[in-house]
Design a protein around this ligand. Sequence first.
Ligand SMILES: Cc1ncc(COP(=O)(O)O)c(C=O)c1O
Length: 348
Amino acid sequence: MSYFRENIDAMTPYVPGAQPKSGQKIIKLNTNENPYPPAPGAIEALRTFDPEGLRRYPDPMAQDFRQAVSDVLDVPADRIIPGNGSDDILVMISRACLEPGKKVVYTVPTFEFYGVQANIENATKVPLDCDPADSIELLAAEDADVTFIASPNSPTGVLTSTEVLNDLAGRLTGLLVIDEAYADFASENALELAAEHDNVAVLRTLSKGYSLAGLRMGFAIAPPTILEGLIKTKAIYNVDAIACAAATAAMADQDHKNANARKVIASREALGDQLAELGFTFPPSQANFLLVRPPTGNAREIYEGLKARGILVRYFQYQEILADKLRITIGDDEQNASLVAALKEIMA
Ligand SMILES: Cc1ncc(COP(=O)(O)O)c(C=O)c1O
């Protein structure tokens, strides 16, 4: 006997990367967190938060935060919707747009949560085994109700150019969701497409570039026609008052975020060189991680070897096409050096 819909019983849940207890001495390179602290203003906002703000409900649309995003991205505040992380926005989109008979298209490998959302809504999934950059024809021909493209993609790190996304948006009649969780580490982004196309939503998060994964704050930029539906499916008070205060301060300190992103990018290039010297191969990453294939493809063995040495990386054990690969988050210099030393030891 089950209380649930048949498709809920049948589906497999999203499996998040391991989160060791705080205080455990682990080098954590498995869930693409930022190795550097959040903006001082965000920490100050947490320290000085007025408890009166806990007694009352928060602003349901997080107006202060929206205004801070609007100021930074030069997008009207009423074209921004806040989310409890960008995964919350993915849930709103799926609730608003999907149902049995609706089609969801995405390329693989990508963020598995897209498929999970399609399963929850019992929509039809069409995962395409290709890179979006060379597959516009294919994606356009599917003309799904919702097409999800992560750019830079996870777990590959590969960016799809704005030119390609613009072309795709123009050819689709359905919704194009451009998930830019890693845009802060990339050479370009497709934000402008949310202003130029009626069918484009661009998603951002404070989890990666802003070092605030634990706070849970993300947002979408989209035309009014799309936001209207998302507001209807949003939980009433989806972002809390504390998160809103800290995220607003973090957003206002672009210098801090950009300086950290520059450090991560420099480390990504340096670590890439070192891993290439060890025989690892990987696609060019514009994110804060590398999807590497060890020289003999023994990803699981290396994952276990690193884990035994207190270093966590991501091994996607349930995905066949990723069985010989590891996704490694870029850490700080010391963490990256420990990683390389451990890899040399394991491979010796
Ligand atoms: C491509 C992509 N999109 C969205 C998310 C969700 O991020 P958050 O909910 O922390 O904003 C992630 C998380 O790792 C991701 O990799």
